[in-house]
Each structure stands twice: as C-alpha cells, then as structure tokens.
Design a protein around this ligand. Sequence first.
Ligand code: MN3
Length: 217
Amino acid sequence: MAASARQSSANSQPAAYQLPSLPYALDALEPYVDARTVEIHHDKHHAAYVNKLNEALAKYPELQSKSIEELLSSPAALPEAIRTAVINQGGGHFNHSVYWQNMSPKGGGEPDGPLADAIKSAFGSFAEFKTKFTAAAVAHFASVWVWLCANRDGKLLIKDYPNQDCPLSEGLVPLLTVDVWEHAYYLKYQNRRAEYVAAWWNVVNWRDVADRFAKTK
Ligand code: MN3
C-alpha cells in the first residue's frame, strides 16, 4: 500500500515544464494564421516538445528547477547524455513560446521608440529590415527558424537556425521569430511559404518585441 501511495503521489507531481496557454483564442490570428493550424501547432507540436523535455530531464531534478533560458544558454554545461535532447526539445519549447507571444490579433504595422531606432540603425529602414527578414524566411529549403536578435552591444541582427537551435545558445537575445517549419503553415498555405510569411507580418506583436528589446539595456 505504501509503495502504491508513493507511486501515485509521484505521478501527481506537476511536470517541471508546462505547455504555456496561448495568449489569445485559437482563431484570433485569422485570416493570417488559421485556427486549425494554431490548434495543432500548439496543442500537438509544442506540447510534444514540452513532454519530451520533461522526459529527458526526469532523472535530473537539479535541472528541472532551472528556467528554459538557463538550460539553453549554456548547452556545454548540460550532461552529455541529455544535451541533444535538451537542445532539440527544450529549444522547441522555448522557440514556440516566443513565437506565440510574438503574435497578436492586434499586431502588424511597425514598431516605434527605441526598437524602431535600433532597426533603422542596423538595417537602414524598417522596409529594408522587413525585406531582409522575409528573404531569410523564404529562402530556406529546410526547417528553420528566422530570428531578429540583439547582441551584447544591443545591435540587432537577423539569424536563422536549423531544427530547434536557438539564439540563446550563441549568447544572443531573442526578440522576434517566425517558425517556417512546414507544420506552421501547410494546412492553409501548402507549399506557399512566401504567402504565409507575408501574412504573418500582419500579426507581429511589436509591443512584445519592444519589451524584449527593452530588457537588453
Ligand atoms: Mn513549429
């Protein structure tokens, strides 16, 4: 009985990492990002990364209390046995978490304030930044994430990462990302990745991006 009680108590403990709720309704990003895609992408794909991250960390309670940012910022410090799993599954969890927060039904347009100034300084103009970021997102054949990041000096740069690799592992601050894995757009756009990326700009939550940039100061 005691063993069984312990077992059930262990099973009822909350998992170390939880799937974050979406900050809007499933259909809130319509018509740009459709409800069915958001549902599958969040409830199935993102959830799977969280579950597999928890599985990888099951035998490492000391790592479960760390934030996902901490884990991904120092991959070399991770036990070798789970390093790849944490980079892939933890990266999947982190990247998707930023992706959801980077979008809003009230998004679109252009940033203002210090973020707008930094974009102008790094890329010449917002239009030029948008062109370069779009080109990076559309160009890749493989499954990648394209990011706007800040380096340690606060300078902005566009980076793309394969699989679920993320800017934290290179010491960069992640600001804005678009998921261009096929599952992010295939139901609505099929092979038309460029159309998805063009639509995605309409839901970019510049307030969230600006908040992330403000924390780099
Ligand atoms: Mn995805």
